[in-house]
Design a protein around this ligand. Sequence first.
Ligand code: C5P
Length: 397
Amino acid sequence: MLSGKHILVGITGGIAAYKSAELVRLLVREGVEVKVLMTETAKRFISPLTMATLSKNPVMIDFFNPENGEWNSHVKLGLWADAYVIAPATANSIGKMAAGIADNLLITTYFSARCPVFVAPAMDMDMYKHQAVMTNMETLQLYGNTLIEAETGELASGLEGKGRMAKPEVIVDCLKSFFDAPFLGKHVLVTAGPTYEKIDPVRFIGNFSSGKMGYAIAETFAQQGAEVLLVSGPVNLPVFHPNIRRVNVVSANEMYEECVRLFPSCDIAVMCAAVADFTPEKIEKNKIKHTNDLTLSLVKTPDIAAELGKIKQNHILAGFALETDNELQNACEKLKTKNLDFIVLNSLNDSGAGFGGDTNKITIIDRDAAVTRFPLKSKKDAAKDIVAYVRKLINNQ
Ligand code: C5P
């Protein structure tokens, strides 16, 4: 999958630079031709000799070789590469990449590269969550780069938190799934977020869904080659991948209309939205006055997943079940009534699962009632499990 690929590995000056030696070794073992770029500071953390030996190519640090004047062309390097991995990426280098400051060969090559770029940050936990660094990481993703998020654990500072560079194997897996692109040519519909059901011009009935799970699923499918239609209720989340087209909706009825329209041209649908089950029978034209008690009359919203379950042909259709009691039984019931291929169960009884947070604990149940339980993980990692499950179903089709 990676064999024969040309990959640039950029090493910036952080303690995690020692892990880049392992990264390069793994890539070379996969048959990749690796060229290493380093910043001046990176040399203090790991020797160019080590990296040159492991990559089997001279390491490039300066724009030219002061011994013989040989020119290291960032433009040529950028064109040579099938992918550029910057690992570790320090807050400093991330800041320069986001701001357009090209003051060394590694970053100049980044600006010249036409290939996909993968950025694996590594830094102290407080730096990682500093607003300026977070904004820069978001900017890099908006520019189309893939962020390989740092892990949580013990840091070089002795503190515990998020900032450890992703393990070399995780970075290699990320490159593999990019080049493998198992969902290339597939069209995927994902619903995400809450719906808002208007009561009057200023009020609505909503729920606490943040949209994070659905957005993570959309990103994961896109990273693996799919064209994704993300039908999203009102959430405050950015879309990064260029293969994702977001369709914004507000109410359950709007979400229904869009899904029914888009589903026939899709191969896969994952219904992750927390759709309101009821909507006011009538939307008041004027703001309801604060006088007496108020009784609202609510009517049922259309069940989008169930409707898609009725019209589905060769599609793979997945739903979610957020339960508080009789979890497995309720989820199985929903799987059947909505004619889903599998259902992802979250229980609000599991701490760290459900709305709002960045983690989830999922259980997948299929049509044969086979149950696969997953441990508590980040929503991004849970999304990878869900997408891998879809892949398994397609391979067995
Ligand atoms: O029946 P319940 O709302 O618990 O089912 C949850 C699943 O059904 C989720 O996949 C959700 O996105 C979907 N759903 C839907 N339309 C509704 C209600 C739920 O698509 N009106």
